[in-house]
Design a protein around this ligand. Sequence first.
Ligand code: BT5
Length: 346
Amino acid sequence: MAEDREYRMTTPVVSNPTGQGASIRTQVLEALLSAKDQYVSGERLSQAAGVTRTAVWKHIKALQEIGFCFDSAPKLGYRLTHVPDLLLGPLLTRELPQGAVLGRAVHWLPETHSTNAVAMDLANQGAADGTLVTAWEQQGGRGRRGRNWFSPRGGLWMSFVLQRPLALSRAAELTLLCSVAVRRAVLASCGLSPAIKWPNDLLLDGRKVCGVLAEIRSDGESVQHAVLGIGLNSNIPAESFPPELAEVATSLSAVLQQPIANLPLAAAIVSELEPLYDDLAAGGRGFQAVAQEWRAACSTLGKRVSVQLTKELVTGEAIGIDDHGALRLRLDTGTVIDIHSGDVLF
Ligand code: BT5
């Protein structure tokens, strides 16, 4: 029974994405997917997954609970007739470019507190570079500075474990590169062109559609490992945002007035992010290489803005961004300051 717990809807918080249940589910699913629309016998499934036929049946039931549909026939076994648009490893991997590092291991959780928290645990345990944690919904999705991230079913909630060595001075570029990657993916997949608000917001019609949260573990000089979290409101009906977000948040489906397929969108994000991460981790140009594109999309530059720092609010003109992503602000006194972390208020 233990293996079923991982994807039972009523399970409160799943903290073991690498558990046995997940790997059996992957094997059962892969055997069914590779048979295309042919039947696979219970016997073959039980051999493929190394479990009893009763255990296979339980996994089939659990897969049904999350939206898979099957035909089953007494002598023939099971045949997949419908695959849900969920970021499960066997489904996402099929969409990824061959040899992609990002997403080479995928842990999908029906519900969790925060994919960033799970990914950081895995990173601390030595999970491979590129390991991806995704969830159907998060109960404690987190933003920067302890803020909450509203994460119901329908959105893309993804956190990558990044293990390649990186100088601490370059860590801020991760967020900026990620915004560029998501923006490109949204443009290619949905034809929408979000604006970038420094440092980590993507906006559509002035409302936030995506946020990025990079968290790092560092020895003071270099990044030991990082978790790069992406929260993209793909399929969230406008009316389901809570009152405090109703005026400031939006989703791709709300703007386009049609559902969005999450699997190809997630694959597009990975395809865009991979070369940018490669370049940064190899000590390449990093943010500099995409700075022009970033600036062209940025809604912060050239504006008079107030920036909330940890302890004070500063106001001035946003005149630029440096090579590592700091926001350059000309204060009303004429002094120019570089801001590494803060919240822009228009
Ligand atoms: C962010 O923080 O924008 C980073 C959000 C990162 C979320 C992802 S989801 C996958 C991964 N796992 C996690 O636990 N987190 C990451 P920040 O700039 O601090 O913005 C937070 C603010 O955005 C909140 O205070 C709200 O005002 C607003 N907000 C919360 N949920 C939102 C949503 N779904 N859509 C738009 N705005 C939202």
